[in-house]
Ligand binder design. Structure first.
Ligand code: CP
Length: 322
């Protein structure tokens, strides 16, 4: 792997390889000494032009657990406010020795630009670009589903036969897009549920079923129900149902949780808006994987950094290194 930019172009074998290496990484995280020497001498730059809690800290934890040096850049308080371009910002950080750049940016395509422009030689990992993709979120979601359903027998398995229903603001969701491509590549059956105003126009070309009614979708007995955040910051209030209507028709509350099969899991990428798309009963239920997703995110990002930065070595040694 040279870069990790999207899941749309990620083939099944590479996706499974990342998930399997993440299994090895996860095993190391229950040891007394969690740190591995694998990326000693490498430098990972977290280049964040949009706010983040989980993704930035998770990449930082992952890089540090692999003994890489980490430089954190946040556009807030930087020379971006003086008009410095993405090219100059990235080249400045590259001059400080970046081997990998983890980038979150409000513009869809910014990570691809960084990876293909020739501005920098570092590997690029997309940590969320506009409404386009968030590949490591989808990988950690797939990892979490696989772990919940197959436990210790997860390695090498895809998600064939599992039904995943993604609910909410699909229009603005890079998490939904990355999950649609990755989960279907891994064989899952994916259904999207959203208000008609929050469905992307190009959805007819996606390998999914579209529904508008959450209760009907729950009656179809999904194995995983993934609730999305309503991205009020990216939308024009004119095309959004009122928050009260949204919560009533598309929110996961105690009654809908009760209607789900007892074996189904409830997922949310975070940050959650409790009381809008998900109630506290659902978010804190034993069937909720919210915190598992966060914990698994570190293992998946360790795997991605390992496969990018230790690439010149024989990556079949991941388990030994771990
Ligand atoms: N899921 C996710 O991307 O969360 P953050 O915005 O906190 O990174």
């Amino acid at each position: 792997m040279r870069h990790l930019l999207d899941t749309h172009t990620l083939v099944r074998e590479d996706a499974l390889r990342i998930l399997d290496v993440a299994e090895d990484m996860r095993d190391t995280q229950s040891r007394e000494v969690k740190k591995l020497p694998t990326l000693r001498g490498k430098t990972v730059v977290n280049l964040f032009f949009e706010d983040s809690t989980r993704t930035r800290i998770s990449f930082e934890a992952a890089a540090k657990r692999l003994s890489a040096d980490v430089i954190n850049f946040s556009a807030k308080g930087s020379s971006v406010s003086k008009g410095e371009s993405l090219q100059d910002t990235a080249q400045t950080l590259q001059a400080m020795g970046a081997d990998a750049v983890v980038i979150r940016h409000g513009a869809s395509g910014a990570p691809h630009t960084l990876a293909t422009s020739g501005w920098i030689s570092a590997g690029v990992l997309n940590a969320g670009d506009g409404t386009h993709e968030h590949p490591t979120q989808a990988l950690l979601d797939a990892f979490t589903i696989r772990k919940r359903f197959y436990g210790d027998h997860s390695r090498g398995r895809d998600l064939a036969g599992l039904k995943v229903t993604i609910v909410g603001d699909v229009l603005h969701s890079r998490v939904a897009r990355s999950n649609v491509w990755l989960l279907t590549t891994l064989g899952a059956e994916v259904t999207l549920v959203a208000p008609p105003t929050l469905v992307p126009q190009d959805v007819t070309g996606w390998p999914v079923t579209i529904r508008y009614d959450l209760d009907e979708a729950i009656a179809a007995e999904p194995d995983a129900l993934m609730m999305l955040r309503i991205q009020l910051e990216r939308m024009n209030a004119a095309y959004f149902p009122t928050e009260r209507e949204y919560s009533r028709r598309w929110g996961l509350d105690a009654a809908r949780l009760q209607a789900l099969p007892t074996t189904s899991i409830v997922m949310h990428p975070g940050p959650m808006n409790r009381g809008l798309e998900i109630s506290a009963d659902a978010a804190d239920s034993p069937r909720s994987t919210v915190l598992e997703q966060v914990a698994n995110g570190v293992s998946v990002r360790m795997a991605a950094l390992y496969l990018l930065l230790a690439g010149e070595r024989d990556t079949t040694n991941a388990e030994e290194d771990a």
